[in-house]
Design a binder for this molecule. Structure first.
Ligand SMILES: C[S@@+](CC[C@H](N)C(=O)[O-])C[C@H]1O[C@@H](n2cnc3c(N)ncnc32)[C@H](O)[C@@H]1O
Length: 222
């Protein structure tokens, strides 16, 4: 990964603390509010009381279907803002489901806040290869530098991040430590097992190292 940032961003801690101390009140876009309302109606009608697994930034939705096999007890929701990618699973014009799997087009930061406000019980949450935003100036676009980060942690569950940029994963782990006290543990993924997502397949094929942070989040609130 090419970056003008040699290690952890020097402004990481102040950025994370500022977002923890200042409630984020940006209005939720109408399209995501409508999409969430439809998904929430489905959850209440068919999946109330079931654990929820989130595949945030699911791209073409392939990983969401794989995660459903891994979590047979759960309702599994893939979220992405790209209509082009979600068209592969028919979710470009509205939420589309197959059994316990649902794909929805939405803006993640808003969707997470709505899910938190609705009291979703997230058992597992996957962030597979989020856009890395490798320029130092783009720290605030990385999920741990974004004002939604405290809400992402408050959603809870076992959170797993994967990236081909080690610095992203190390920063994320440090940001989690700052807000929860969980000790950072970043590991290299080995090449055993089928890739979970198209980006993972791409990095495996090109021989790129892949990095992971995962842990069970303690209860936090915003
Ligand atoms: C690098 S791709 C990874 C896709 C997939 N997880 C994989 O591993 O193959 C990042 C995905 O995150 C989505 N994404 C990025 N920012 C988003 C946001 N704010 N809200 C919703 N989706 C977003 C993009 O549309 C894209 O599909």
């Amino acid at each position: 990964m090419r970056s003008n940032q040699p290690g952890l961003h020097p402004g990481l801690a102040s950025c994370v603390r500022k977002h923890a101390d200042t409630p984020w009140r940006q209005p939720v876009p109408g399209a995501t509010r409508e999409a969430f309302a439809r998904v929430e109606a489905m959850r209440r009608a068919h999946w109330a009381g079931r654990p929820v697994v989130l595949d945030s930034g699911c791209g073409t939705g392939e990983s969401t279907a794989r995660l459903a096999q891994r979590h047979p007890e759960a309702w599994v929701v893939g979220i992405d803002r790209s209509a082009v990618r979600l068209a592969r699973v028919g979710a470009d014009r509205g939420p589309a489901g197959r059994g316990r799997v649902l794909w929805v087009r939405a803006e993640l930061a808003s969707f997470w806040r709505l899910a938190l406000a609705a009291g979703w019980s997230v058992s597992h949450h996957y962030l597979l290869y989020p856009n890395p935003w490798p320029k130092a100036a783009h720290l605030k676009r990385r999920w741990h530098g974004h004002p939604v980060f405290p809400a992402l942690l408050a959603l809870g569950g076992r959170l797993e991040l994967r990236s081909n940029w080690k610095t992203y994963v190390e920063e994320f782990a440090r940001a989690v430590e700052l807000l929860t006290g969980l000790a950072p543990g970043v590991s290299r993924l080995d090449d055993a097992g089928a890739p979970l997502s198209p980006f993972e397949r791409k990095y495996l094929a090109s021989g790129h190292a892949r990095w992971r942070w995962r842990d069970t989040l303690p209860k936090t609130s915003i």
